[in-house]
Design a protein around this ligand. Sequence first.
Ligand SMILES: NC(=O)c1ccc[n+]([C@@H]2O[C@H](COP(=O)([O-])OP(=O)(O)OC[C@H]3O[C@@H](n4cnc5c(N)ncnc54)[C@H](O)[C@@H]3O)[C@@H](O)[C@H]2O)c1
Length: 347
Amino acid sequence: MIRMGVIGCGYWGPNLIRNFVEIPTAAVVGVADLDQERLNHIQGCYPQITVTRDYRDLFRLGLDAIVIATPPATHFRLARDVLLHGLHLLVEKPLTLASRDAQELIDLAEEHDRILMVGHTYVYNPAVWALKEIIKSGEIGHIHYLDAVRVGLGLFQRDLNVVWDLAPHDISILLYVLGSDPIGVSARGIACVQHGVEDVAYVSLLFPNNVLAHIHLSWLDPCKVRRITAVGSRKMVVYDDVESLEKVKVYDKGVERPPYTNTFGDFQFAYRYGDITIPNIRFTEPLRVECNHFLECILTGKKPETDGYNGLRVLRIIEAAQKSLSNHGSQEQIICEVKRKVERAMA
Ligand SMILES: NC(=O)c1ccc[n+]([C@@H]2O[C@H](COP(=O)([O-])OP(=O)(O)OC[C@H]3O[C@@H](n4cnc5c(N)ncnc54)[C@H](O)[C@@H]3O)[C@@H](O)[C@H]2O)c1
């Protein structure tokens, strides 16, 4: 039985608590939050859990692991303390707000031989696995571009803009499905509601082999859209997370150029409208898959799919996007190479 503690039970924390409570190999022993009302709510749902306003009380409960679901600005300080107390750690996204802090957490986890995992939940989503499989199999041909849209009336954050809040989802999906890191990024955004906090942003990423990816992020849109389109040389695929059942559709659509043209009148493209296929996806709650994976990594010592290095790669892209956003869309290079402490020492 893995004894768990959770720090932060605001909006997202209760989902993590519910999942770990329902998994037979885990027991949620303690929950900490600064807000007594949130603790009362959790205590009402789960009377067996010890609740506290001081997260340091959790260190006296004989825990094996802690989950951090507090605002991103607090992640580094709390995560560092958890690792220094020798506990396994699952941190919500983004891992930290600075890559040097993320690196310090990775080093600490390695020194203490503890699991460090980041809550990039979409990587544990069966529909995203299907998207990756379709791209990897070559079914849609060579990828020309990907278009991601994550918009709606969002939960406005006071300190972090929409890129820090929402882009970790799409970036983690893109890294996972493409299996490579981007080489450059540019971003533009505007702050419509709160001064200085961009609530709408357009982020462009260039991946190797000239694969272009674009992410549209907004907390200020009338329609909730969570969609990624991948356009290949043979087919196109759409992953729509808002769809309840048919989340992934493969379109046998395309445009073919005739081999030669003599006049402008001859210059006609042949549009191909073929079948639309919908793979059958056995859907499980992604957060349940993520929580089970964290427990499995603790028990077996396996490296998490979204380990600290994965969190660091996502973070470096967001940092570069933020730099571009502040510089009116400047082109920023991304160096995603991540090295272990020993490799850095030898370099
Ligand atoms: N993976 C996902 O799909 C997903 C979805 C939503 C949010 N998140 C992430 O979850 C985290 C929390 O987001 P949220 O929307 O639940 O925020 P929230 O503001 O609703 O809740 C955060 C809670 O943390 C508490 N808190 C803050 N500092 C604390 C401290 N030092 N000790 C104890 N408690 C403290 C607050 O009182 C609050 O109740 C963020 O990192 C966010 O990015 C992830």
